[in-house]
Design a protein around this ligand. Structure first.
Ligand SMILES: C[S@@+](CC[C@H](N)C(=O)[O-])C[C@H]1O[C@@H](n2cnc3c(N)ncnc32)[C@H](O)[C@@H]1O
Length: 273
């Protein structure tokens, strides 16, 4: 029997978040900022109405909603292991035709194999303890000919000028904290290889840039740096107060120019003849 309430491990522990309301707001803002570019890109990758679409690790469901609106005559399912996030998403989904929630992880769920035309995993791979194994589950859930798209961050693709001298330490600490709970802040560059190893064909990737000019400084700060400061505060208490304050003060009060890029990787489950 599949136990869909098994926690999957990895580094997105919503129940232990220092401010859950703040994290929900961060996820919402991230969708508002990125969706116009993301929607165009997903359509270019073949997302279209009438499909069976899986939103892997849908969190509170902001993206699933957007996907369902692009797919009004199809089926969109949000898969989410965290009970509280699943409850929030499920409540929102009730009002949207064709959209439903399945509580579970990639490894433990009641989804049908070979059912989906399109699987989207957005900022999920960086939190997985065993991304290689999990990609094999995505492969299993797709129909022959089905497409997968993974979008994720990579700390090597974040630039700011001028750069506060304390930022290097903040990046190092946040990478360590996430790695200690099973995540990987350098996952972006590994996505194409993960898809190839899972058996996908026609694997490729693009880089999607988000600049301070396009989003505004507060939104880019939120997207690329402010969550790190909260994680460091949570993990190290008073030890890093000065470091965190200096960096927060810089991003809030100085003029800076920045860009954070995400990697968008894709592949196809080949039809076997
Ligand atoms: C940063 S959140 C991203 C939420 C959403 N995709 C978005 O972009 O707003 C990562 C999500 O992945 C989920 N997750 C973690 N491990 C998972 C797994 N093994 N299978 C499915 N989802 C998982 C987490 O519970 C969390 O909701």
């Amino acid at each position: 029997m599949i136990n869909t309430s098994d926690p999957p491990g990895g580094s997105h522990a919503f129940s232990q978040h220092p401010s859950r309301a703040r994290e929900l707001d961060r996820l919402r803002q991230q969708v508002l900022a990125a969706w116009p570019m993301e929607e165009l890109w997903l359509k270019r990758r073949g997302l279209t109405d009438g499909m069976h679409v899986l939103d892997v690790g849908c969190g509170p469901g902001f993206v699933s909603e957007k996907l369902a609106r692009l797919n009004p005559t199809g089926v969109t399912i949000g898969l989410e292991p965290d009970p509280e996030l699943a409850r929030l998403a499920g409540k929102r989904f009730d009002a949207i035709p064709g959209l439903s929630l399945q509580q579970g992880s990639l490894a433990h769920n009641h989804l049908d194999e070979s059912y989906f035309d399109f699987a989207y995993a957005r900022f999920v791979a960086q939190h997985l303890a065993s991304p290689q194994d999990e990609m094999r589950h995505v492969f299993r859930l797709l129909k022959p000919g089905g497409q997968v798209v993974l979008v994720d961050a990579d700390d090597g693709l974040i630039l700011v000028h001028p750069e506060p001298p304390e930022l290097l330490e903040v990046m190092r600490l946040s990478e360590t904290i996430q790695a200690e709970s099973g995540g990987d802040r350098w996952i972006g560059r590994k996505l194409p290889a993960l898809l190839t190893q899972a058996g996908f064909a026609d694997v490729g990737f693009d880089v999607l840039p988000f600049t301070s000019h396009q989003l505004g400084r507060p939104a880019l700060f939120d997207l690329a740096w402010s969550f790190r400061l909260r994680r460091i505060e949570q993990a190290s208490g008073a030890d890093n107060t000065l470091l965190v304050e200096k960096v927060r003060d810089f991003f809030t009060n100085q003029n800076w120019y920045g860009v954070a890029c995400v990697i968008a990787a894709y592949g196809v489950k080949e039809c076997v003849r």
